[in-house]
Write a protein that binds this ligand. Structure first.
Ligand code: NAP
Length: 279
């Protein structure tokens, strides 16, 4: 089976590495020749090109570019595809992508592997990134079932745990567990940087340890991805941020009024609630 990957970065390169190691033939397209050369040097792909015509031989194509490029790439890709080619993407937001691309190519299955690192580009591609992690597929009522099952089969080959839901449900859920944490983590670092005394900032930077590493990690990732997520999932992100701000105000109020009992009660509930998440 020939698998096409368009966008040889962190996610595309990591999918390519794993599927190639499972014996599949991987054809890769990326926008820069330098990336294609490096992908071949690293053994990420069997063949690589900056020309989308390479995808003519693919049975299933993963679009792994930044969100803003997906629709226009599909438009340019279509003339090269045979009619039964399955298209899927890995974009972190689903509703606008699924709406736009399904109109262009009915054999399209929206997808989102829930794994990443703070790095980007072909050098960031790693093996086993998706093992044990959720891989969400977001078909609509019109998506062909055979195409959905094929994408799920490939996701299982990556070692991922497959979930199905609608694109809107996906965007609402990931606003809570992915997009809100990204903004909360970024604003945490931004707030620390607003400390006026540079000596204190300097000391804090030296004293930072595991707690700060864990809470700041997702805010220190690829800025382009953060902007794209905010732009494409704006409504759901704003809703979750607004509830987050309200929750933060309740915590502030407990501390201002020295209501330690109320604060402890909230922290007991969050300690219990955290166990319900797939961590
Ligand atoms: P990335 O590391 O920056 O990779 C994207 C790659 O796409 C770049 O390396 C770039 O390679 C290539 N590219 C850009 N424009 C292109 C074009 N017009 N045609 C062909 N290739 C193009 O980003 P990423 O983190 O892998 O994210 C890719 C997608 O995965 C995004 O849609 C994102 O929402 C989704 N995602 C990300 C994460 C995460 O945590 N990072 C997790 C799940 C899903 P060149 O060097 O050739 O320009």
């Amino acid at each position: 089976m020939n698998i096409g990957i368009v966008g040889l970065g962190l996610i595309g390169g990591s999918i390519a590495l794993d599927l190639r190691s499972r014996g599949l033939n991987i054809l890769g397209v990326s926008s820069r020749q330098q990336t294609c050369d490096r992908a071949q040097e690293r053994g990420v792909v069997s063949e690589a090109s900056i020309n989308l015509s390479l995808m003519a031989a693919a049975d299933l194509v993963f679009i792994c570019t930044p969100l803003g490029a997906i629709e226009s790439i599909v438009q340019k890709l279509i003339p090269h595809l045979s009619p039964d080619t399955i298209l899927t993407d890995v974009g972190s937001v689903k509703t606008p992508i699924v709406q736009a691309v399904s109109d262009l190519w009915p054999n399209f299955v929206g997808g989102h592997p829930m794994a990443g690192t703070t790095e980007s580009g072909i050098e960031a591609a790693v093996r086993d990134l998706f093992v044990g992690r959720p891989y969400v597929v977001t078909p609509t009522a019109e998506t062909p079932e055979a195409a959905v099952e094929k994408v799920e089969e490939i996701a299982r080959l990556l070692g991922a745990k497959v979930y199905r839901c609608g694109p809107q449900e996906h965007d609402r859920a990931v606003a809570w567990i992915s997009h809100l944490p990204l903004m909360a983590s970024a604003t945490l670092v931004a707030a620390c940087d607003r400390e006026g005394d540079r000596d204190i900032v300097n000391l804090a930077q030296h004293l930072a340890s595991s707690g700060f590493r864990d809470t700041s990690r997702v805010g220190g990732g690829n800025p382009e991805l953060g902007v794209m997520v905010a732009k494409y999932n704006r409504e759901q992100l704003l809703r979750s941020l607004s509830i987050y701000r309200d929750t933060l105000d309740q915590f502030i109020s407990d501390i201002e009024t020295e209501n330690w009992q109320a604060l402890e009660q909230k922290l007991k509930l969050t300690q219990q609630a955290r166990d319900n998440y797939n961590l």
